[in-house]
Design a protein around this ligand. Structure first.
Ligand code: AMP
Length: 474
């Protein structure tokens, strides 16, 4: 199947061809026709599969007809991190180059002023992180009643980061008659329950079994002690013929320390984490993507979903405490048909986390010996029971916003600040929707669903018609 068979318009096809794409990826083949039909879509796809284009390409076509009104965006894309939001906006620029769609990016760490000016002019596409969007909403700078298409991207990450209450609040501000596209790298029961709240009769598309690590990544385990970790890492960097690498630490504090240590030893390294100013995060990332920087030491939050072409290595300086993070980390390499290598440094104390990873990926990670270093063997403990998993899905870590800077600081809370303690309780359940919510979902959500008798509204559906009716009080 070629791009021309998906139902996309000529301008989008030309932009896709300019981007050098010859064939749609499986997620694009499956999702694009349904998005163009106006159907809700529930997609299981990781970054690296071409997922972003699977919703941006048809959205550009759909939004080409119509005009934006001041402060009333016509579509909304929610992303968990600033970097992902920025990446999606670049996709719109690439694929929308033959259209005149206006776009605004609402992310933290950037001044409100420029974002407000864009909103004032009217935007077709609003790409936002949940916190910054709510900040704008609370300041009265954006109205969400004109949103016809909603994309919730990386929903599992949103859940991990405690954003779901914000997302639920945002969805409550949108008109019930809309098209919703929901993407997640994994589709746990929690995720399904959440999707069920937001979607109406969705078309399901899936391209990779949940939590399958990239097939083209060669994975190795290197046994270390706390004392020789940094020596081993430097030795590996030198012996591995590293072109460019992401080096993951579990704590932001360690990201800074390790980046400085590598620099001191003459290696070309920089840090990337959520405590850095947005401008220096963007600048460091741009240098890394441009090949001007070889080693990027990073936290999970900052590096999640980054699309870096031809990354040769991923190092786990720390074994991730959440098995899914291992899959996401190593998936930064081995993309677009290229092979990559991931090397995980593990101490004896990491055996429990390693067991969870081995259980998730369904295979052992082969050990790698490092010349000249005395190393211990790290055994995986019995696979951790699900109840021992340290993360409680669906739990909100959100705190009240304290004005300027509040959002920036909130990312700090999402990363572990101390050694993990296993939590003995089962993952929190997402409660079933209240009856009123259920009723709302059962209402027709697309103009086409209203049947042939609804005439005369044209493209515009007055907002008061879609608002739930308040009980009458005497
Ligand atoms: P994503 O999964 O959206 O992060 O996309 C991963 C990478 O694949 C990005 O660099 C895209 O530019 C690229 N890409 C998306 N669709 C295609 C395609 N059909 N052919 C080749 N590359 C693609």
């Amino acid at each position: 199947m070629g791009f021309q068979d998906l139902g996309l318009g000529p301008e989008v096809l030309k932009a896709v061809s300019d981007a050098g794409y010859t064939q749609p990826t499986p997620i694009q083949e499956q999702a694009v026709p349904y998005v163009l039909m106006g159907r809700d879509v529930l997609g299981t796809a990781q970054t690296g599969t071409g997922k972003t284009a699977s919703f941006t390409l048809p959205m550009i076509d759909i939004l080409a007809a119509g005009k934006a009104k001041a402060r009333m965006p016509r579509s909304l894309i929610l992303e968990p991190t600033r970097e992902l939001a920025d990446q999606v906006s670049k996709n719109f620029e690439t694929y929308g180059k033959y259209h005149k769609l206006s776009m605004a990016l609402l992310i933290g760490g950037v001044s409100f002023g420029d974002q407000e000016r864009k909103l004032d002019r009217g935007v077709d596409v609003l790409i936002a992180t949940p916190g910054r969007l709510l900040d704008h909403f609370e300041r009265g700078k954006v109205m969400l009643s004109g949103v016809k298409i909603l994309v919730i991207d990386e929903a599992d990450r949103m859940m991990d980061m405690g954003f779901i209450p914000d997302v639920e609040r945002i969805v409550g501000l949108l008109p019930p008659i809309r098209q919703t596209l929901f993407f997640s790298a994994t589709m746990s029961p929690d995720m399904r329950r959440l999707a069920d709240k937001f979607l109406s009769n969705p078309r399901e598309v899936a391209v990779a079994p949940p939590a399958s690590p990239a097939a083209l990544v060669q994975q190795f385990l290197v046994s270390v002690t706390r004392d020789n970790k940094r020596d081993v890492l430097r030795q590996l960097i030198r012996s591995e013929n590293v072109k460019n690498a992401l080096i993951f630490c579990n704590r932001k504090r360690d990201v800074d320390i390790l980046a400085k240590s590598l620099l001191k030893h003459g290696l070309d390294a920089a840090a990337l984490h959520g405590d850095m100013a947005q401008s220096s995060r963007m600048e460091t990332l741009a240098r890394f993507k441009a090949g001007e920087l070889a080693l990027l030491v990073c936290s999970d939050v900052a590096a999640r979903g980054l699309d870096i072409q031809g990354l040769s290595h991923v190092f786990n300086f720390d074994v991730p405490m959440h098995a899914e993070d291992y899959v996401h980390r190593i998936g930064r390499t081995g993309r677009a048909g290229l092979t990559g290598r991931s090397l995980t440094l593990a101490t004896r104390e990491d055996s429990k986390y390693l067991s969870a990873i081995v259980k998730l990926i369904g295979k052992d990670i082969p050990p790698m010996a490092v010349d000249g270093l005395v190393v211990e063997t790290v055994e995986t403990a019995d696979a951790a029971a699900p109840s021992e998993r340290p993360r409680q899905h669906g739990q909100s870590k959100r705190r009240s916003r304290g004005g300027k800077g509040g959002r920036q600081q909130s990312e700090q809370r999402r990363e572990p600040q101390h050694a993990p303690q296993p939590i003995a309780s089962a993952p929190a359940e997402v409660p079933p929707p209240p009856p009123s919510e259920k009723k709302r979902r059962e209402r027709p959500r697309h103009r086409d669903d209203l049947g042939p008798n609804v005439v005369g509204l044209g493209d515009h559906m007055p907002a008061f018609l879609t608002r739930p009716v308040r009980p009458f009080k005497e």
